[in-house]
Design a protein around this ligand. Structure first.
Ligand code: GLC
Length: 626
């Protein structure tokens, strides 16, 4: 380690001392000094083996904390094998990613996971190397380096709530190692599990009912929130924290710049609760953030907490006082509310729900998305529904029916997921294109399905946060109809929207006479407009605007230096005129539409059209050649 790297480490350990200490005090009050020292020990070891390019990036990002808030930050998410076949195949497609204009890539199912059904790669056998069918550790390092050199940050998952039942720790626990058994939550009989079950929901009620699995070799019940082969880790044991800090820093030293904390909400259990979003889960995230801050400040944390609106903002550090926690969190509410607006052709519920949501704290932002590799859960709160005269349960049922295509006026062709007759809950699967109405619409590029898909993304791109394109949406890729032919996938309809990339559609992307080409050019417009509009910098604020018309969703972005942008989306299939009063949200005239700079009749919104209106002259950078 160079003398200056040593000095940096000393400074950062000091700088993050109090953050780590208070998290550890909250988690393990009886062992504070010991656990704090153990974490710092792992930090020092990791910092010592950090490569020069990452040391340089650490320094650069300590000066530019807001690197991920820049308006040209745009993400892409894919299964590595579905996108490129294997790691080298992904590398061969870096040019495609650059052409699309994305610069953060979330690669899923990269680390070695359980053979057979692995919950889509979320049952990890080995946190330190890629799955052999994708390539070697050398291939992974090469890919991450290549991406970084191309200006693209890599995002990987830290699956932190559980390991696979075949992970070495679980194997050794079964063989009788007390240390490894202590890493998991196991119970000799049903007494404690039953007491927990009284208040625990089921995540996969159809695929994997209940939250505990009998393990004969241990003569014990293991806590298994998700699938029976995913054993929950015992975060109340500080050894888990120390082991996971080590894994986290291993990923950071590989060059992973965005670490997605998979299922972070579930990490801390407390009797009598649903064991989600507990104070301990936040302290765990704060401890991991401190470890990263010390050893690898180039990397940031993304919270995967797909939870109700009231539980969301704390993952960005919004507590009784602000704490440093994750820098990014999925904007699940925006995602759900956008689909809800399209189905009901009414924006009032979305406006009420989004208005109520606290702002992302300074220095953090949302990850905005239209859909992901998981099912969509219709997270509409009863309170928000009641505020606009709706019944929450009835509206959630309506959305589930609408998106499985079983409702008058539905354009969607989704499929149900985890229908739970006990609670009436039903979630939805399907690619964005099939939920948006492209599935059996043969009208080609002019189809309303294309407009709907682009409307969804125009909101995700303009609302505030880092937008992420789910693989294939940029081409209007459809569902994988054949997923059930694979017995390890047949029982999990999420595979419907995890299709392989279509090289045929990829090759059509420059032909606007095709659906793929029409969608691609729509994305190109969004990427261009967003990247060059300084007013969309993540440090600005967003507010939902009252448009006076339920057909029109309006929001205003405001940046203290770079001006404002007014977003208007017509969620109906009829043209409407927005009221001139909405322009009051902008401070200057004349106004242009950043998505269609030649447009003149700016208040006219064609069916399913979106405008991003901005005062002409709003600080914009010159387009960069791609
Ligand atoms: C996350 C993943 C999901 C997985 C679950 C359990 O929610 O996104 O795919 O099933 O965690 O790891």
């Amino acid at each position: 380690m160079t003398v200056s790297a040593q000095a940096d480490l000393g400074r950062r350990v000091q700088e993050w001392h109090d953050d780590l200490r208070s998290a550890v005090e909250g988690l393990y009050p009886d062992r504070v000094d010991e656990v704090h020292a153990a974490v710092v020990g792992r930090v020092a070891a990791a910092a010592g083996s950090r490569k020069a390019a990452l040391v340089a990036l650490d320094r650069q990002r300590e000066r530019r904390h807001d690197w991920f808030l820049e308006p040209d930050r745009i993400g892409y998410a894919c299964y590595a094998d579905r996108f490129g076949g294997d790691l080298r195949g992904v590398e061969a497609r870096v040019g495609y990613l650059r052409e699309l204009g994305v610069n953060v890539v979330h690669l899923m199912s990269v680390l070695r996971s359980r053979a057979g059904d692995s919950d889509g790669g979320f049952a990890i056998d080995d946190y330190r190397r890629p799955d052999p069918h994708l390539g070697t550790l050398g291939d992974l390092e090469h890919l991450v380096d290549t991406l970084r050199e191309a200006g693209i940050s890599t995002c990987l998952d830290l699956v932190m709530n559980h390991t696979s039942a075949d992970h070495e720790w679980a194997v050794r626990a079964r063989q009788g190692s007390a240390y490894h058994r202590g890493l998991y939550l196991t119970f000799p009989d049903r007494r404690v599990p039953d007491a927990y079950e009284a208040t625990l929901p089921e995540v996969f009620p159809t695929m994997s009912p209940g939250n505990f699995t009998w393990v004969p070799e241990m003569q014990a019940w293991a806590w298994t929130t998700f699938r029976e082969f995913q054993w929950d880790l015992n975060w109340a044991n500080p050894d888990v924290l120390v082991e996971m800090v080590d894994v986290l820093l291993h990923l950071a030293n590989l060059g992973v710049e965005v670490v997605r904390l998979d299922a972070v909400a579930f990490t801390w259990k407390r009797m009598g609760t649903n064991c989600q979003n507990q104070a301990g889960a936040h302290l765990v995230a704060q401890a991991l953030r401190a470890a990263l801050g010390m050893a690898a400040p180039a990397s940031i944390l993304l919270a995967e907490a797909i939870v109700g609106p009231d539980d969301l903002v704390p993952y960005l550090g919004h507590h009784e006082r602000q704490r440093r926690e994750c820098q990014l969190a999925y904007h699940n509410q925006l995602m759900v509310q956008t689909w809800s607006m399209l189905a009901s052709r009414d924006t009032r519920l979305a406006a009420a729900a989004l208005r109520r949501l606290p702002h992302a704290p300074q220095g953090t932002t949302w990850l905005t998305y239209v859909r992901c590799h998981d099912d969509i859960g219709w997270a509409v709160s009863d309170q928000d529904a009641a505020a606009v005269g709706l019944d929450g349960a009835a509206h959630r049922r309506f959305l589930a029916r609408f998106y499985r295509g079983d409702y008058p006026g539905s354009f969607a062709r989704g499929v149900p997921f985890s229908t739970n007759p006990a609670t009436g809950d039903e979630r939805t699967c399907g690619m964005a294109s099939s939920l948006a109405g492209l599935a059996d619409d043969r009208r080609g590029p002019g189809s309303p399905g294309v407009a709907r898909l682009l409307l969804l993304y125009a909101i995700a791109f303009g609302f505030g946060g880092v937008p992420v394109i789910w693989m294939g949406d940029e081409l209007g890729l459809g569902d994988d109809e054949d997923y059930h032919l694979d017995p390890t996938r047949a029982g999990d309809s999420r595979w419907r929207h995890r299709p392989p990339m279509s090289s045929e559609q990829m090759s059509q992307r420059h032909d606007r006479a095709t659906v793929a080409g029409a969608v691609w050019s729509g994305f190109a417009r969004l990427v261009q407009a967003r990247s060059h509009c300084r007013a969309l910098h993540g440090a600005g604020s967003v507010r939902v605007v009252d448009t006076g018309d339920p057909a029109v969703f309006g929001w205003a972005r405001q940046h203290p230096r770079y001006g404002s942008v007014l977003g208007l989306a017509n969620v109906t299939e009829s043209a409407v005129y927005a009221s001139p009063s909405v322009l009051g949200a902008l401070d200057l005239a004349p106004v242009v539409d950043l998505l269609d700079p030649g447009a003149t009749d700016l208040l006219l919104l064609e069916p399913l059209a979106v405008r991003w209106l901005s005062a002409d002259g709003t600080y914009r950078t010159a387009p960069r050649p791609r």
